[in-house]
Design a binder for this molecule. Sequence first.
Ligand SMILES: [Zn+2]
Length: 86
Amino acid sequence: MPRPSLRNEKRHVLKAPSGRIVIHYEKEKRNRDKCALCKSELRGVYHGFGSMSKTSRIVKRAYGGYLCHKCLQKIIEERVISQLRL
Ligand SMILES: [Zn+2]
């Protein structure tokens, strides 16, 4: 019985050069991170499996890793304009 973390992964049964039968487990690919508003793919966001620090995984700005640059620009412009009206 494979360990619990491997039970959902795809299996490949291979025959090693020594004649031994080996099971290889395939890691599932992660979906790309998307913008919370327009659902477009975020740029500059780490997509791999290895562990990295948070600052090297995402873009260093307000809402980095959550909103795309276009949506953030729209929000900032709307807030500035609404402040000017008051
Ligand atoms: Zn967006």
